[in-house]
Each structure stands twice: as C-alpha cells, then as structure tokens.
Design a protein around this ligand. Sequence first.
Ligand code: PBG
Length: 321
Amino acid sequence: MTPQQPSRLIIASRESRLAMWQAEHVRAQLSLLYPQCSIEILGMTTRGDQILDRALSKVGGKGLFVKELEVAMAEGRADLAVHSLKDVPMDLPDGFELAAVLEREDPRDAFVSNDYASLDELPPGAVVGTSSLRRQSLIAARYPHLVIKPLRGNLDTRLGKLDRGDYAAIILAAAGLKRLGLPERIRTTLTPEESLPAAGQGAMAIEIVSGRTDIDLRAVLAPLNHAATEQAVRAERKVSKVFGGSCQIPLAAFATVVGDSMHLTAMVATPDGKRTARAELSGAAHAPEALGQQVSDLLGQQDAHAILAACKVQADAAPDV
Ligand SMILES: NCc1[nH]cc(CCC(=O)O)c1CC(=O)O
C-alpha cells in the first residue's frame, strides 16, 4: 500500500543545537521523500534542559527530555518528535510509539581535552567532567587517581565549561560532536572495549502518537528506518529494560549487526567501578529482544542483582549534584 502523502508535518524538537540539527536532518529526508509536503520544526525547551544543577539520575531520568514533546504531539501541535534514542525511556507512555530508528552515527565515547591526548595522559588529581554514571564508573575503575566532577548541559555548554578551564578533560558522545561539525574536538575515541557505549548511543528515533486515523504516519516514516540499527538498538534497549531502564545505574549495552547475525555486549557496574558484570553473545539479528534477554540472564548469573543493590546504596549516599 502506498502511504498517504502528507501535506503538512510538524516536527517537535528540543532547542539545543544538536537536537535542531537532528530535526533538520529528518526534515531534509522527509522533504526528499515528500516534496509537496510543507514541513516545519517546532522548537521547545524541556525540563531536562532547564534543570542543570542536579544529576539527571536524581531528578527523574530520561523522560525529562521527551515529555514536553509528547504533550505537543498529544495536543496536535506536532506530528512527530525527533530524539536522541539514548534519551528515550525504555517504556513510552501509553499512546506513543517509535515509528523509525535512523542509521546510527559513531556510537563511541570521545575523550575531549585542550591539554591532553588521552585518559592515560592525565596526571593524578586531574578533573574529568561527566554526569553519566556509566562513564563515571568506567573512569573510577581504570583511573582511580582521577577526580570525576559532574557536567550537565547541552554540548555547547559542556564544551564551554571545558574551555573555561573547569575540567582537564570531558567525555562526550562522538556522535554529537560529529553531527555538530566539531570532529576536531575529539582527541581520542574510546573503543567499545575501553568504554562500552550506552544503549542507543549515536542513534536517532522518531516518536509519534499511536493510532492516528487521519494519516498512516508509520507508513510515511517507514522509509527513514534503518533495519540494522533498529535491530541493534532493540537488543540494547532490552538489556536496559531488564535492569530498570533509566539513568540510575551504570549500564552499557552495545550491539553490532552483520547480515543476519548480531553480537551484543552488555555491562552493569557500581558507580565506584569496583564491581562489574559483563556478558556477550551472538544471535539472530531478527530476534533482538531474545538476545537482549539472554545477555541479561548471563549478567544476572554474574551477580548483577547484587551490583544493582550496591548501586542503590551508593546513589542514596551520593551528594545531590
Ligand atoms: N545524554 C545526553 C546526550 N544524548 C545524546 C547525546 C549525544 C548523541 C547520541 O548519543 O546520539 C548526548 C550527549 C552525550 O552523551 O555526550
């Protein structure tokens, strides 16, 4: 069935430069597909953008970046929302669904510094900026002589704080820097062996309201879906979901797809990096959730639940920054 040609589409987006780049990217692809369609971007601020003085894990997690966009769609002010998949909760609220996952950019973490070329070069006591529990846990485990300080805000804000001298180095997603045309800020990319990426890192997703009767939006957006990326992130997000699904625990999950087969590696750890469980398996690319469940089971056999309990204790004891 040919999808109905839309005559007008409104894309809801956060207003950060990265979010706007991503919305613009989706708009450009849609205009090629539907040249008659008028497509607008509705920029909005979310609570996640406003609350910059506390760790996200303390104020409600990922949902804070998507809620306002969902309200705009529910009220008919927008038809679709473009998100960094990493920021999308594992369970969407009733009445919403992901209609497409776009081809993944570089999924790795990037080491960014004006003075040092890599984590290995940082001297004892050097301050590294990150508010990601996953990145924090990794650095604490491998570089116990470094000091980790929280770093929130959009990419430009974070780079500004680095340039002001607040940190010796910061860790960011390579994808964001590449999309914003700042690949030269990356001093080193951390391999997945060094820093296993977060579930969905580097991928964009399009969210819609389910069951619209006026237009088949799923069909309209289907050509933007990248099958291999969708399979990979479904496996990764399954692991996230099994272990509680938000930013409250250091959790990494990374899948690669080659043809019909997929390899998934996942890890949970304590924020201090002292306890880690890691597991990996290959399986069929067409059954991503099954592989995600199997890898989660392997993590469970390795004491992952005790690690989660220890995480909760450390999170409750941590200062509220
Ligand atoms: N949590 C914030 C966030 N959400 C998505 C990205 C980068 C782009 C991506 O991973 O797709 C970032 C910044 C970062 O982690 O450095």
